[in-house]
Design a protein around this ligand. Sequence first.
Ligand code: ACO
Length: 320
Amino acid sequence: MNIRICGTGSALPERKITNDDLSQIMDTSDEWISSRTGIKTRHLATEETTTSLATEAAKKALADADMKPEEVELIIAATVTPDHLVPTLSCEVQREIGAVNAVAFDLGAACSGFLFALSTAQAYIASGRFKNALLIGAEVLSKIMDWNDRSTCVLFGDGAGAAVVRADEENICHVVQGSDGAKGLVLACENRPVNNPYHKMESPLGYVSMNGQEVYKFAVRTVPATITKVLEEADLETEEISLFVLHQANLRIIEAVAKRLKQPMEKFPVNLTECGNISAASVPILLDNINRHGMIHRGDKVVLAGFGGGLTWGAAVLVW
Ligand code: ACO
């Protein structure tokens, strides 16, 4: 038993912030940000929450899949910025959409989160436990940014994407995943410190820190290798792939991956220009963009790839 994506949805906060807007509040410029990353604008939450964005994306994905909330059997939400530690984002979305028959849990794999959710759903569905799943990647990263650190805060945005997958005997979907905890601190965010009557730790609130050059090296080395591996496992040639839907961290990373795979940039859709990097939400938002713009057709072979904190990475090849 395999899976097919049969519906997508996405949601972005209303407030759009340009690079020039940022240059009004910190020492940066459109030239610095766009030449190094390709990012021009990002959407930042004001009234929106991770739950409200995830719910909107989930409702759109269910409508696109023509599926009623009560038919959903499994909800997996990938996020590093849930509104609460408990209840989880997936349970909050379950409540909001009325998916009363679903099992719901969250999964943390940073920017690879959506790929890890897809892989988990595929394994559950292959085992016969569930017949469908609602997968969500949602982040309000602006709440874990240090807005005094121009080297990180300009890179990220807020938003949510969702996809409905169903069991499909005919389809192919291969996934490769990896992790390297030893290099985790190149991209990190502290949680609350231990603080109880027997041990007190003074620690500032946790914000994202990153060694950009190490992340860049990791991405351009690992992503092409992972895509090559998943294509080998599926017995497919790179040329047979219609689109490569990559995590939207940085245009230079995407260009380097395209070059290493010897594929034209036209096969690599990009939305980081408008959205910035939205971690676990990047891949499902981009999937929804290409689905709604008619850039993908039934029978097309598509590669999805995520990479980021952990370190973690994953790639999937599937037929649309
Ligand atoms: N505006 C203006 N100047 C800045 C800014 C900014 N927003 N941020 C940093 N600078 C300055 C630095 O202070 C430094 O100045 P100095 O030379 O006077 O000390 C200079 O720019 C160069 O800083 P670097 O950190 O060396 O910049 P670099 O050229 O490496 O570019 C970048 C940074 C874009 C993050 C790059 O390392 C990169 O592409 N990394 C890939 C990682 C990535 O994209 N991560 C995204 C999130 S991770 C993920 O999703 C997997």
